[in-house]
Design a protein around this ligand. Structure first.
Ligand SMILES: Nc1ncnc2c1ncn2[C@@H]1O[C@H](COP(=O)(O)OP(=O)(O)OP(=O)(O)O)[C@@H](O)[C@H]1O
Length: 278
């Protein structure tokens, strides 16, 4: 995997970051850098704090300790330096917006004052639609598109301002394998062009070929490293505090929870079926 600018200053940096809600510590002591051209997957069971991390990066949730910086500055809600791809949720078929209108919102959403001339906007929207392979359905009402097509359009919307950091919050949920592959390849194209990507997911396998590092959040702590370092029986057994088996088969990672506590925390059926991150 060639990495564009791993030597450059990180687009996202966390140092000793911690978050708690009242007495409930979600995570603490988190150190993580995501450089331009890197893709970091955030994995972990339900309730491990993945969404809380996304909200912290978006500037919606203050840390309780440590530091979080986007391009060297504290995060700001609504920053054009962050592109956000939300969880896949089907858009109502009656929504009166075309795909290109949604993408245009990505351009206008951060902009104050004089609007861009409409010819330039149209050209930029066309370019963005083309970059995610959505030219053919740019004029189709977005609610009539398939889940995968909608997700491509959301990626185009998220990268409209050419953000330094692309934050993807379980963008593959409820997509079939073919659509998962397509959406991952669209996101990976941005990554290869130098965008830093933080990709929250329940399943590592759809992104295994493009991931540089993994942040695994778990009940007994967290770990950052390459997939080979983090997704091992020893490492996950330690993180869950109970026996977890990691198997590699046909280029996929299969995670099987065997202890009673892990059965509760890891959703082993999903993990075994989907090669998920427990
Ligand atoms: N605003 C809040 N106030 C209090 N507790 C919260 C708040 N938001 C989240 N939590 C708790 O913090 C923990 C982490 O939640 P979070 O939603 O970040 O986890 P998650 O890994 O995204 O979970 P899932 O995979 O189920 O979406 C959970 O125990 C949750 O109940």
């Amino acid at each position: 995997m060639s990495r564009v600018g791993a030597a450059d200053a990180p687009a996202l940096s966390l140092r000793g970051a911690g978050l708690r809600y009242g007495e409930h510590e979600v995570w603490s002591g988190l150190d993580l850098d995501v450089h331009p051209g890197e893709l970091v997957a955030v994995l972990g069971p339900n309730g491990s704090g993945k969404t809380s991390l996304v909200r912290a990066v978006l500037g919606q949730q203050p840390l309780t300790s440590g530091r979080l910086e986007v391009r060297g500055r504290p995060p700001r809600a609504g920053s054009s330096e962050i592109g956000y791809v939300p969880q896949q949720r089907l858009i109502d078929p009656m929504t009166p917006l075309r795909a290109r209108d949604l993408v245009r919102q990505g351009l206008d959403g951060h902009r104050w004052g004089v609007p861009l001339p409409s010819r330039r906007v149209r050209a930029r929207v066309d370019e963005l639609l083309a970059s995610v392979g959505a030219t053919a359905y740019g004029d189709v009402p977005v609610g009539l598109l398939s889940g995968g097509e909608q997700q491509r359009v959301r990626v185009a919307q998220a990268v409209a301002t050419d953000p330094a950091l692309l934050l993807c919050d379980e963008p593959l949920l409820s997509l079939d394998l073919a659509h998962q592959r397509e959406v991952v390849s669209v996101i990976d194209a941005r990554r290869r062009a130098g965008t830093a990507v933080l990709f929250v997911t329940h399943e590592i396998n759809p992104v295994l070929d493009v991931v540089d590092k993994v942040l695994y959040l778990a009940p007994a702590g967290h770990r950052v490293g390459t997939p080979d370092e983090v997704l091992t029986t020893a490492s996950l057994t330690e993180l869950y505090g109970t026996r977890v088996e990691v198997l590699h088969h046909a280029g996929r990672v299969l995670i099987a929870a065997t202890g009673a506590q892990a059965d509760h925390d890891c959703h082993p059926g999903q993990a075994l079926a989907a090669g998920g991150a427990a």
